[in-house]
Design a protein around this ligand. Structure first.
Ligand code: HEM
Ligand code: HEM
Length: 285
């Protein structure tokens, strides 16, 4: 049962990496094969950085950042190291998203095109603002050693929920952006004849949806969660709900004190976690 499950996780992870990578390739083929390529000249080539950096950073890298804690072979690594990887990948995604914003605003200003008129831009900019807030609060509360454990425990479910919500909003915004760009670039009469570019870029949109679906599935299975640290001092709430483990898993200090037998411990913890999650699920049915 467990081995089967591990195989399924690997299959989903492999699919997500493949679909995500192909999405990045599609965005590059789009701008180089059908559009004006990439440049920084106030023209279309500058706009083209917008979709390429969004698909690479805000969709692909953010998606991977969301599931790094769930890679089973990292469960023997310290929680602190995994926090650096999670925070680092999210920081890279943030930087690419900001450069992509600069590209599109700069292009609009150079061409005297109005700013912030579309639903796409409203949802998109809102996602960027909340993403930067999420990143800042993540650093301040879960990485720096100042926040007390009860505060970490209270904020973890919100962190997970807002992280997933932002990721979904980014995908929704990307789909709107793709549709807008096709309408602008092809104009609606050509678009409605399904030219190769439109079919190709519609497929990019499908790939992004599939990528998001895979990430959300992996990130929402309770039994694929990183096991709680063995010697964390936080009490599990009564009933052993899956959220209970997050209180413990937000610990930075002291939780990796006995690394010598952490391999054994994390295996035991994973099994315990799995049982508790199953019990938790049953009790809420
Ligand atoms: C414009 C954000 C993805 C196409 C904009 C603007 C923002 C934005 C804030 C307004 C710029 C201005 O008013 O000067 C985002 C975010 C995305 C995203 C956060 C992440 C999902 C995409 C994608 C495309 C795209 C994948 C596909 C080509 C466009 C187009 C415009 C634009 C055509 C100009 C028209 C408009 O302002 O709506 N984007 N975008 N966007 N974006 Fe995106
Ligand atoms: C977990 C999103 C930044 C610390 C998560 C999860 C998501 C997420 C969706 C749930 C993952 C899971 O259930 O396996 C984000 C986003 C961020 C961000 C979108 C940036 C905008 C940060 C930062 C830190 C951090 C900067 C600081 C180290 C954590 C911790 C967990 C977590 C400790 C719990 C992992 C576990 O359950 O073992 N994050 N996060 N996050 N995040 Fe973040």
């Amino acid at each position: 049962r467990n081995m089967e499950d591990y195989g399924l996780f690997l299959a989903l992870l492999g699919s997500a990496l493949l679909v995500g990578f192909v999405s990045v390739v599609f965005s590059l083929v789009w701008v180089f094969n059908y559009r004006e390529g990439l440049g920084w000249d106030g023209g279309s080539a500058e706009f083209n950085w917008h979709p390429v950096l969004i698909v690479t950073g805000f969709v692909f890298i953010q998606g991977i950042a969301i599931i790094v804690y769930r890679l089973p072979w990292t469960w023997k690594c310290s929680k602190l190291l995994m926090k650096f990887i999670h925070a680092g990948l999210n920081t890279i995604a943030m930087i690419l998203a900001i450069v992509s914003m600069v590209a599109v605003f700069d292009y609009h200003n150079a061409r005297s095109i109005p700013n912030m008129y579309s639903l796409h831009s409203w949802i998109g900019l809102t996602a960027v603002i909340f993403y930067s807030l999420q990143l800042f609060l993540g650093f301040a509360i879960f990485l720096l050693p100042f926040a007390p454990v009860p505060l970490r425990a209270a904020l973890m479910p919100i962190h997970v929920y807002s992280g997933l919500l932002i990721f979904v909003a980014v995908i929704a915004s990307a789909l709107m952006g793709i549709t807008e760009k096709l309408l602008f670039a092809l104009n609606s009469t050509v678009y409605s004849t399904s030219p190769p570019e439109a079919i190709f870029v519609n497929c990019l949109g499908l790939l992004i949806v599939i990528f998001g679906a895979l990430i959300l599935w992996m990130a929402s299975r309770p039994h694929w969660k990183r096991p709680a640290e063995e010697n964390a001092k936080v009490q599990r709430p009564k009933g052993g709900a899956p959220e209970g483990t997050e209180a413990e898993s937000t610990m930075t200090d002291g939780s990796n004190a006995d690394k010598s037998d952490v391999g054994f411990n994390s295996e035991a913890a994973r099994k315990r976690n799995f049982k508790l999650d199953e019990a938790g699920q049953r009790s809420t049915m």
